[in-house]
Design a binder for this molecule. Structure first.
Ligand SMILES: *Cc1c(COP(=O)(O)O)cnc(C)c1O
Length: 459
């Protein structure tokens, strides 16, 4: 592809994306394809001869689009949203277009320095401790995902704790994200305890203390505890300060998983959800969920970067250079050596919208959840099963699992909206996540009309 062909096709792709963004609302949110159907549309062997760009793009329409769940639809209420916005898309293009790799500071100083500055900006915007900035003893780093960020914290905690990982124990709540258990396994930590939760699905600090005591008596070594601010199931919020106090007294590494909810801290009135950050060692927030930044962009903060770097710094001679000590070497903050210029997305988004626009969006989405919860509570068919401090409402049909699951399927099969279901204490419930960036009041009203129409009366 010559530069002039690239220019022409580049405009075509931008036009295509623009039309997709404009039209996504009218597409059925959920695809209706059987397993294997997409793959069967592709040739058995790769091409030997070049194909026209127009043919490739035609197959995007023919093969790819019918196989998509439309996460950017304003009628998408599933999971948590995946962020996207025009400035973020353009920044990602630019990152790819530059084709650079930030393996060391010198391999492209702008990659490291723009990243350090924007993660420090983000720390300021979210009201995180001053010491967590790269200008202090701590610092932030962009990782692929919250799972990676939590895994890295577990590795740092294990390294700090000595050389008997088989005896080590990590703790988190029964409602925590599966990435904590998985990260523990990958980090080689011998034992994981899933601590009981209270009636609002938050970790019970007394149960944590009991588990630690039991493990010490059994000769094990408690090393790590993860508090969640905004669980994936119901946005439950663990008591971060109380867990932090136990972690400090017991010498545990205290990690906070705020993958989704962390973005809400850009609104000062939401910070009541996470008191006690002075007793936290690491913290993860995903701007790629709720901050208009495209996947992938997860930011891991550490209060002290030394244990992290000690755990991960293995520097061969070909990567050494004069002046290394004066700069940040992000390769020592995660597993991979190579790094994309991900900070461009965060930088473009923060500059294009400004913090106040993002605050407005967060408040609007939380308002949608309150609105929907009020309608559900006023209807005898429904029961809201958990507090909704953020932009997620969890409810079920009062007659139990069968009508609850049937309602979720009926809504998704209609193509008019998409939501996910989950279980708590073996009872099914429906999650309605109201933080898709394109969602407006009319979409909430349409969703409510659909729920009202499809839910059977209570017995
Ligand atoms: C979404 C989520 C994760 C996982 O995020 P990835 O970036 O996909 O790994 C972890 N924890 C919580 C609380 C989440 O909501």
């Amino acid at each position: 592809m010559t530069p002039e062909e690239f220019r022409r096709h580049g405009y075509e792709v931008i036009d295509w994306i623009t039309e997709y963004m404009k039209g996504v609302e009218s597409l059925p949110v959920q695809p209706s394809v059987a397993p294997g159907e997409i793959r069967a549309m592709l040739p058995d062997s790769p091409p030997e001869e070049p194909e026209a760009f127009s043919d490739i793009m035609a197959d995007v329409d023919r093969v790819v689009v019918p196989g998509l769940l439309h996460w950017q639809s304003p009628n998408f209420f599933g999971f948590f949203p995946v962020g996207s916005s025009p400035p973020s898309v353009l920044a990602d293009f630019l990152s790819t277009g530059l084709g650079v790799n930030g393996i060391t500071w010198a391999s492209s100083p702008a990659i490291t320095e723009v990243e350090s500055q924007v993660v420090d900006w983000l720390a300021e915007l979210l009201g995180l401790p001053e010491t967590w900035k790269t200008t202090g003893p701590g610092g932030g780093v962009i990782q692929l995902s919250a799972s990676d960020s939590s895994h890295i914290s577990l590795v740092a905690a294990r390294h700090r704790a000595g050389n008997r990982p088989d005896l080590m124990v990590a703790y988190t709540s029964r409602q925590a994200h599966s990435s904590i258990e998985k990260g523990s396994r990958v980090a080689g930590i011998g034992h994981v305890r899933l601590i009981e939760t209270d009636s609002e699905f938050a970790m019970r600090p007394a149960a944590l203390q009991e588990a630690i005591d039991r493990d010490r008596e059994a000769g094990l070594q408690p090393v790590f505890v993860c508090s969640t601010v905004g669980t994936t199931g119901t946005t439950a919020v663990d008591p971060v300060a109380e867990i932090g106090a136990i972690a400090r007294a017991e010498g545990l590494w205290h990690h906070v998983d705020a993958a989704y909810a962390g973005t809400a801290m850009i609104c000062p009135e939401m910070r009541y959800l996470q008191p006690g950050l002075d007793m936290v060692d690491s913290y993860v927030v995903n701007p790629h969920k709720w901050m208009l930044v495209s996947f992938d962009c997860s930011v891991l903060y550490v209060a002290d970067r030394e244990p992290l770097i000690e755990a991960l710094d293995i520097t061969p001679s070909y990567l050494r250079a004069a002046g290394d000590d004066e700069v940040i070497m992000y390769r020592n903050w995660h597993v991979s050596l190579g790094r994309r210029f991900r900070a461009l997305k965060l930088w473009f988004v923060l500059r294009s919208y400004g913090a106040e626009t993002i605050r407005g969006l967060i408040r609007k989405h939380i308002g949608f959840a309150n609105d929907l919860a009020a309608r559900l509570k006023a209807d005898a068919r429904f029961e809201v099963i958990a507090p909704h401090p953020l932009a997620l409402v969890c409810f079920r049909h009062v007659d139990g699992n069968e009508p609850t699951q049937a309602l979720a399927h009926a809504i998704n099969d209609s193509g008019k909206a998409y939501l996910t279901s989950a279980t708590a204490d073996d009872r099914w419930f429906i999650r309605v996540s109201t933080s898709q960036a394109n969602t407006e009041q009319q979409h909430i009203d349409q969703l409510w009309a659909l729920m009202d129409e499809l839910a059977p009366p209570a017995d």
